[in-house]
Design a binder for this molecule. Structure first.
Ligand SMILES: C[S@@+](CC[C@H](N)C(=O)[O-])C[C@H]1O[C@@H](n2cnc3c(N)ncnc32)[C@H](O)[C@@H]1O
Length: 293
């Protein structure tokens, strides 16, 4: 079914602490799963739904068409303050980041996010951006490929497989997700209990969308637009993202960490939605300013 289950939705509702009259941002609205849950709370809020992917915005608009207190914006959360300024909004009471890719994007063969469905090697959230996974895989040099597989996929000793990729692409470029996934299965043994192509696809997706740079910028932007006592909630799905969030919360004096340890899904949620198993939610609150005399 063409569906995305919002992960940790009850925890999100509890921790975001909605207040009547408040303005909240769902900075990765996807198809609007979390947004709908917040709107169903019955609180009188204004909700700003942002996504980089035009198609997701269209789906969210359809799913939330019965609510008049929602504004939709197509854009990247790395530009949060600018996007909100265009709507004459400067400060907000809460922000949610639910990082990564949605099941709907994953299942759409056209988008090329998954090795489980065959499609072009695309992987862009924003289809107006130039860089695709095809470009990276077929054109980037050896050093850069090793960098992304090592640092984004945390694949050790990847030089051998990168040499093989370069050898193969000289004869014929990799065109589809299936071609690349079959190639990896043939030449790479995965030690973990996951599909051998998993971490290669993750590396390509992160690189295609500059995900880690966007996250760092998005967190800074989020903090800038939060009101005092406003909360920032971040759900991450891999250790790289989680490390960035954890360090950001630790380093910023203006943030009070509300979740010493990240919140993770219950066994019940993982059984219902296995994709939620790696989710980690961290929550920070913007401190009230203390007057310097
Ligand atoms: C995990 S999904 C969110 C699902 C959503 N919470 C729901 O319940 O339907 C992540 C979404 O973030 C979007 N996205 C990824 N990077 C983004 C960025 N830098 N700015 C805005 N949206 C982004 C993706 O297009 C995707 O739709």
């Amino acid at each position: 079914m063409n569906q995305h289950y919002p992960v940790l939705k009850e925890e999100v509702l509890r921790w975001i602490n909605l207040k009547d009259g408040g303005i909240y941002v769902d900075s990765t609205c996807g198809c609007g799963g979390h947004s709908k849950y917040l709107l169903l709370s019955g609180k009188k809020i204004l909700l700003i739904c942002i996504d980089k992917d035009e198609k997701m915005i269209e789906i969210a608009q359809e799913n939330l068409k019965n609510y008049s207190n929602v504004i939709f914006i197509k854009g990247g959360f790395e530009n949060l303050s600018e996007l909100l300024k265009e709507k004459d909004i400067e400060k907000v009471d809460g922000i949610l980041f639910d990082l990564g890719v949605s099941s709907i994007q994953l299942k759409d063969p056209e988008r090329g996010f998954s090795f489980q469905v065959d499609g072009p090697l695309d992987m862009r959230y924003d289809r107006n951006s130039k860089l695709t996974a095809y470009e990276i895989l077929n054109k980037w040099n050896k050093k850069d490929l090793i960098y992304i597989f090592k640092n984004y996929g945390e694949i050790k000793n990847c030089e051998r497989i990168v040499n093989k990729i370069i050898e193969r692409r000289k004869k014929k470029p990799f065109r589809t997700t299936r071609e690349f996934s079959d190639f990896i299965c043939k030449h790479f043994k995965e030690r973990k209990k996951i599909h051998p192509a998993t971490r290669f696809f993750l590396s390509l997706r992160i690189a295609t969308n500059s995900e880690l740079e966007c996250l760092k910028k998005g967190l800074e932007e989020g903090l800038k637009i939060l009101k005092e006592k406003g909360r920032m909630l971040v759900i991450s799905f891999n250790s790289l993202e989680d490390r960035i969030v954890k360090n950001f919360f630790k380093e910023k004096e203006e943030i009070k960490i509300l979740t010493k340890k990240p919140i993770t899904p219950t066994e019940k949620e993982i059984n219902e939605n296995p994709l939620s198993r790696s989710a980690k939610l961290r929550v920070g609150e913007k401190n009230e300013k203390t007057e310097v005399l």
